[in-house]
Design a protein. Structure first.
Length: 114
C-alpha cells in the first residue's frame, strides 16, 4: 500500500483546516502501545490529518479523543508522511463511521451526483 495522501478524486467530503487538540492511541510501528497528545491539521466528516512524533503503520486502527468535546472515535491509518521541517509525521486517518459532530464543525452535505 502506498504511504502518500489520497488523491483528490478519492476524497468525497469537505475538509476544513483546523487545529483541534486530540489524544491518539494505538500501536506504533514496532508494535508497542502508542499514546500521544497532539493536534489535527485538517478535519473532515470522513477523517482527519493529525501530526505525531512517530509514524503509525498504514491500516492500523487508532482511537482519537477530541480534547475539546471529550468525544472518542475509532479510525484507520490511511497514509503517513514525514514532514521535512519539524521532525514530525503527518498521519491521514479515516473514520470507521461518519463524524458529523465529532470536530465541532458543521460540514456541508455531500453533493448529489445524479
Amino acid at each position: 500500500m502506498n504511504d502518500t495522501p489520497q488523491s483528490d478524486k478519492q476524497r468525497q467530503s469537505a475538509r476544513v483546516v483546523m487545529r483541534v487538540p486530540v489524544e491518539v492511541r494505538g500501536k506504533a510501528a514496532d508494535g508497542s502501545p502508542f499514546e500521544e497528545s497532539t493536534y489535527t491539521g485538517v478535519v473532515g466528516v470522513l477523517g482527519a490529518m493529525v501530526r505525531t512524533s512517530q509514524t503509525l503503520p498504514t491500516g492500523t486502527e487508532v482511537e482519537v479523543t477530541n480534547r475539546f468535546s471529550q468525544q472518542t472515535a475509532k479510525f484507520r491509518v490511511a497514509w503517513a508522511k514525514e514532514h521535512r521541517d519539524g521532525g514530525f509525521w503527518e498521519i491521514g486517518i479515516e473514520s470507521l463511521a461518519p463524524l458529523y459532530d465529532f470536530w465541532g464543525v458543521r460540514f456541508p452535505p455531500k453533493p448529489d451526483r445524479r
